[in-house]
Design a protein around this ligand. Structure first.
Ligand code: BGC
Length: 279
């Protein structure tokens, strides 16, 4: 079965469409339902079930989630309802819809889709996809293989989570112009480049539609930076790809997952290096 329903759970809307996972094309009209106030699991479940019924496609369904997803459990909730933490969301949605539902982190879904069918198509080596919106999502893909749940929006930078300093929401809250925001994003990308040396950075999320505002201002050392090309369809496409392959992402085991715990910044006192013994 190559036509699979992909559903993207976002902060303001939950969107679904049938996707031909061999081509990455949407093969039917997209349907969007506003995200219920508070985005609690029970309310989101009803919307997902409504979309599944609306499309009436047989087979597995792929669904994105804006937090850590491991073995079908949602393990963090930075910008969504706290009841998601520790939930067996694959089971919740599968039971509600009668279909085999597979969840995937939203940025991982966008990353899979961009790397295969979008701005990273044909690129060998390491591709890092970053989505800039309310938070910052990240996907790390090497030669087409995704390392899931990298959560690089939560990297500490300037004593904060990178996403509270360089997301699109931070741009709005701090009233930055595009050049000022790009300066922050450039520092962030340069740090990521030092850690991961991607051959290509793909900038996704809402800002990818306004590349002319930031592209010339983004500076990295070695890699290239390009805007995402699948725009707001990337999550839907990647979710469907994930469900189609029924893949177990790299690094997963079969033990039961623990919710992720936030790691507050620590002011670690500088350690004294023990004096070397003379030979
Ligand atoms: C979440 C990520 C998510 C990103 C974009 C972050 O706050 O921790 O899991 O991918 O926002 O939605």
């Amino acid at each position: 079965m190559s036509v699979i329903l992909g559903i993207d759970i976002g902060g303001s809307g939950i969107k679904g469409a049938p996707v031909d996972t061999r081509t990455g094309q949407l093969v039917g009209e997209r349907r969007r339902i506003p995200t219920p106030e508070g985005a609690a699991p029970e309310d989101v479940k009803k919307v997902v079930a409504e979309l599944v019924t609306h499309f009436g496609l047989p087979g597995a369904v792929g669904v994105t989630f804006p937090g850590i997803v491991q073995r079908g459990h949602t393990l963090s909730a930075a910008n969504v309802h706290p009841d998601w933490v520790g939930l067996d969301a694959d089971a919740l949605f599968s039971e509600a819809t009668g279909h085999d539902v597979h969840l995937i982190n939203d940025a991982d879904a966008a990353g899979l889709a961009e790397a295969r069918f979008g701005a990273g198509r044909g690129v060998q080596g390491t591709v890092m996809v970053l989505t800039f919106g309310t938070g910052i999502g990240s996907a790390l893909i090497h030669d087409g293989v995704l390392i899931p749940n990298t959560e690089l929006g939560h990297l500490w930078l300037r004593d904060k989570h990178a996403e509270s300093w360089a997301s699109d929401r931070a741009r709005e809250l701090d009233d930055l112009n595009w050049k000022q925001w790009s300066k922050r994003v450039s520092s962030y990308l340069q740090h990521l480049e030092l850690l991961f040396s991607p051959d290509l950075f793909i900038i996704g999320g809402g800002v990818s539609k306004k590349a002319e505002k930031w592209q010339e201002h983004l500076k990295v050392g070695r890699g290239r930076v390009v805007p995402a090309t699948l725009l707001n369809e990337a999550g839907i496409i990647g979710a469907a790809m994930m469900a189609a392959h029924d893949a177990t992402p790299a690094g997963e085991t079969t033990t039961s997952p623990e919710p992720a715990r936030p790691t507050p910044p620590r002011k670690t006192p500088a350690r004294k290096t023990p004096a070397r013994k003379k030979a």
